[in-house]
Ligand binder design. Structure first.
Ligand code: MEV
Length: 433
């Protein structure tokens, strides 16, 4: 007990003593990934019981042209080929007009759930004045946001008889401008949860008591949505590996998207590829990738079936490929400015507004999906993946520059596996004496 109050060294020593097979190596690894005290203090402040840091590669995908503006997009991702795939797709579309992106809406929602056995009409009658009261009671707190054009937009009452005859929610709509807004929304919801039962008991003469169950924002943001598209005449799609024509590519590509529109097994993998790109930008900019993932997957089921988030159309010889998804992102607040790398990412992205960051992130998702499908319907993805796999195995065996080059040539048309690379290096090193 009291673990959380121990110093960092005490926690490290305890974990190492209790659990680590090689205490010396564990100590060294944890130390290796710690920063000097000032930087570490910043990172320690983000979480609890921090022992060290867990670094991931921070890369950049150049060539993006979005709404006529050029971007190099920072990505934090541990999976090989993702950054290369994004850059390749961005380069492909750069010479075909780039990405056009549009924010469709920016409303976020929150809920206060409560039990009420009285008349629903009483709640509905009380709502307008309650809303005015809530605005007044939170006015100091919301002033800044209101000055930026945001704040509470409206409140509705929703009955949830499928949960229980007395279960209701207050559904709130918010505009949070450039911030993701979680703290702003939750603070208002908690204030509403405090005032609502008091207000109802004041204005009604029934003996019914209201009981608040919980108040929290919803990470489902179907009214905070961005759409991004690429298009060009089919003939301009170019030539593809194995002599595949532009026309054949376009139809194979569309089929692949249509399959993911209808088959949940394929749709899940298809959308995973989209989130390879999206999560990487969300992480690099200090945003909440869990929130973005859960909203995106929920949105993918909005027709009653889980489907691909992208769609493709070939009409009048024009190929169109687009992505529509909810993205609740911020460029102020949260970690966006506190984390030095997130702040750097926003600088590289030329200080985007939240709306611009939604467009950039969605373009990355579409680029990623385009690259994945382009590989899948032409040469398959293993060729590209195996190159990175080979690279990682060569690093493991501490291959020299010459050995790496020779191995890349050798495995050009050979199956890469850990054993095969080991054998190859042993032979090479043997021959060299
Ligand atoms: C791998 O991380 C992502 C892909 O499987 C996506 C896809 O199949 O569309 C390549």
């Amino acid at each position: 007990s009291g673990f959380s109050k121990w110093t960092q060294s005490e926690k490290i020593n305890w974990v190492i003593e209790q659990f680590c097979s090689d205490p010396k190596a564990a100590q060294a690894t944890l130390k290796n990934f710690q920063y000097d005290s000032k930087q570490q203090e910043v990172l320690n402040g983000f979480s609890e019981n921090t022992l060290s840091n867990f670094p991931l590669p921070y890369g950049i995908a150049p060539h993006f042209v979005i709404n006529g503006r050029s971007y190099a997009i920072p990505m934090v991702i541990e999976e090989s080929s993702v950054v290369a795939a994004a850059s390749a797709a961005a380069k492909f579309w750069k010479s075909r007009g780039g990405f056009s992106a549009q924010v469709l809406s920016t409303i976020k929602e929150g809920q206060v759930h409560f039990c009420w056995s009285g008349e629903k009409s009483l709640l509905e009658k009380a709502l307008p004045n309650f809303e005015a009261l809530l605005r007044e009671e939170t006015s100091t707190f919301t002033e800044n946001m209101r000055q930026r054009g945001g704040g509470l937009e409206r409140i509705r009452i929703i009955h949830l008889p499928e949960v229980g005859p007395d279960i209701y929610q207050l559904r709130f709509h918010f505009e949070t401008c450039d911030s993701m807004g979680a703290n702003f929304i939750n603070s208002i919801l908690e204030k509403a949860a405090e005032l609502w039962p008091q207000y109802i008991s004041e204005v009604s003469d029934t003996k019914e008591e209201m009981e608040i169950i919980m108040s929290i924002l919803s990470n489902y943001t179907p009214s905070c949505v961005v759409r991004v598209e690429v298009s060009c005449p089919v003939s301009e799609l170019g030539g593809f590996p194995g002599g595949m024509s532009a026309n054949s590519f376009a139809y194979r590509f569309k089929r692949a998207v249509d399959i993911a529109r209808h088959d949940v097994f394929r749709a899940t993998t298809h959308n995973k590829g989209i989130f390879n790109g999206i999560d990487a930008v969300v992480l690099a900019t200090g945003n909440d990738f869990r929130a973005v993932e859960s909203a995106g997957h929920a949105y993918a089921t909005r027709t009653g079936q889980y489907r691909s988030l992208t769609q493709c159309e070939i009409k009048d010889d024009v190929f169109r490929f687009w992505l529509e998804l909810p993205l609740a992102l911020g460029t102020v607040g949260g970690l966006t400015r506190l984390h030095p790398m997130a702040s750097l990412s926003l600088d590289i992205l030329q200080q985007p507004s939240a709306r611009e960051l939604m467009q950039i992130t969605a373009a990355m998702g579409l680029a990623q999906n385009f690259s994945a499908l382009r590989s899948l319907v032409t040469v398959g993805i293993q060729k590209g993946h195996m190159k990175m796999h080979l690279y990682n195995i060569l690093i493991h065996f501490k291959a020299s520059r010459e050995e790496k080059q020779q191995a890349f040539d050798h495995f050009e048309d050979q199956v890469v596996s850990f054993g095969a690379v080991r054998k190859y290096l042993e032979k090479l090193r043997g021959e060299l004496g």
